[in-house]
Write a protein that binds this ligand. Structure first.
Ligand code: NAD
Length: 447
């Protein structure tokens, strides 16, 4: 009988596989925001020891105290896992050395020029590179342009003398978390994974299976990066079409919501998308531009992306134009009008104003001289036009004194009956009133 020793390559892979299968390993998550914190919690809940790394001392201190700052993560979960020492938060990146797996969940915004800003990924990768040791699995989760894992993450490990697929394992797995979604959480949303080699894909898939019900593997990280961009581009373009339809229907004096609802009764070949005051959040307005930027390097214009982006980014102006028309009918101008903004976050029931169209609308109405009150039970204030505007509690009295209330975010905490009974005029950009009351009162105008 030959007693062949496993090759060093198989060695690192099989050692890590055993650790993952037995859940006896240290999992590191870099970036404890909307994506990283729920991920860290899901693995800690599944029985893994998780260390969360963040540059934000305040967030780290909150985790240590068992306080959550993310709507979908209850503080009790954080407290419980911190008490059981399954979840640790730190700003000390030296502990990355001890990690067997590392997930990168840092922001990927746009620069002022609307080009990708991957500086947060670059700095997280630098931290990993400095502490890299053989046998680690590194997975990038931040949404980014196709090729980032290949061109930014893997070379950093190779510079440290690692061979990908032998003593370092690298994959991309897009995050699909939908903040505020009561049905789909991290555990029951299928996870797409693409590794640099088959061993990388296998290990990353085994890792995710610990906490996530379904893992879908693809042939490499670039495919996985592209999957995320396809998903979000699909949404951005279809919302762009719905927004264009809203503008066309207004000209034709047809109600767009009625049209979409009737079209949606077709049982095949039609998926409804709805208009609104503009795109918001960290993903839909931004991610397609990562793809458009990337293909510019090949002298290709992503025509649909650019067109949808133009239409979507014109929606705040459309809302202001419609408001102006409505006030004009009542012999009022925006200048001096008392306007109550209902909802400032980018979508219902979240506390996130990033890229929210409400910010642009508030800023522009302010410049036009409107006397504004902003009501949003989910945020204490909104930064718009270089000012921080504190939110005002919604009340029948405030609405009665207004010339118009513009509903920009359809929070479920709003009392729609009270709103329509009090405000003389409501501009409903979300079709929320009919969903809440089953009717459209005469003082309500829909987008
Ligand atoms: N928010 C979403 O709904 C969502 C959904 C899917 C994908 N994504 C993507 O996930 C990524 C993260 O988004 P998010 O919403 O969680 O962002 P976020 O701003 O909520 O959190 C990012 C965290 O990373 C930290 N950070 C920044 N640089 C760091 C560094 N060098 N080292 C350690 N920590 C660092 C920040 O302090 C912050 O706590 C982005 O690429 C985003 O596009 C977000």
């Amino acid at each position: 009988m030959s007693s062949k020793k496993p090759s060093p390559a198989a060695g690192h892979e099989s050692v890590l596989r055993r650790k993952i299968q037995s859940k006896k390993f240290n999992a590191g998550v870099i970036g404890l925001g909307y994506v990283g914190l729920p991920l860290a919690i899901a693995f800690a809940r599944a029985g893994v020891h998780v260390t969360g790394f963040d540059v934000d001392k305040e967030k780290v201190e909150k985790i240590k105290r068992g306080v959550s700052y993310i709507g979908d993560v209850p503080s009790e979960s954080v407290r419980d896992l911190v008490r059981k020492k399954r979840l640790i938060a730190t700003t000390h990146f030296d502990d990355l050395k001890k990690m067997d797996t590392i997930n990168i969940c840092v922001p990927t915004p746009l620069r002022k020029s609307r080009d990708p800003d991957i500086s947060y990924i670059v700095s997280a990768v630098r931290e990993i590179e400095q502490r890299s040791r053989p046998g680690q699995l590194v997975i990038l989760e931040s949404t980014t342009y196709p090729g980032t894992t290949d061109e930014v993450l893997a070379p950093a490990l190779v510079r440290k003398g690692r061979t990908i697929g032998r003593d370092a394992f690298v994959a991309f797995s897009p995050e699909r978390v939908d903040p505020g979604n009561p049905k789909y959480k991290i555990e029951n949303t299928p996870k797409v994974v693409g590794g640099m080699t088959p061993a990388c894909t296998d290990l990353a898939a085994a890792f995710y299976r610990i906490a996530i019900q379904q893992v879908v593997t693809v042939s490499n990280p670039t495919v996985a990066e592209m999957v995320k961009l396809l998903e979000n581009t699909y949404r951005a373009i279809n919302i762009g079409m719905a927004n264009e339809m809203a503008q066309l229907c207004h000209k034709l004096k047809v109600n767009v919501w009625e049209v979409i609802d009737a079209a949606a009764t077709k049982p095949f070949g039609f998926t409804p998308f709805y208009p609104g005051p503009g795109l918001g959040g960290h993903c839909i307005p931004i991610d397609p531009l990562y793809l458009a930027w990337r293909v510019k390097l090949f002298n290709v214009t992503a025509k649909l992306i650019e067109l949808a982006s133009d239409i979507n980014s014109g929606m705040p102006d459309f809302v202001i134009e419609r408001t102006t028309e409505m006030l004009n009918v009542r012999k009022k101008s925006i200048n001096g009008a008392r306007i109550v903004i209902l909802g400032a976050t980018y979508k219902r029931d979240v506390a996130d104003v990033r890229e929210s169209p409400a910010v642009e609308i508030i800023e522009k109405l302010g410049h036009l001289g409107a006397d504004l009150a902003v009501c949003d039970p989910n945020v204490p204030s909104v930064a718009a036009g270089g000012r921080t505007i504190p939110t005002t509690p919604i009340s029948a009295d405030l609405l009665r004194r207004a010339d118009i209330a513009i509903l920009l975010t359809d929070h479920s905490a709003f009392d729609y009956g009270m709103i329509v009974a009090s405000a003389p005029l409501v501009f409903d950009t979300r079709n929320a009133v009919i969903r809440a009351l089953g009717r459209v009162p005469t003082n309500v105008v829909r987008l």
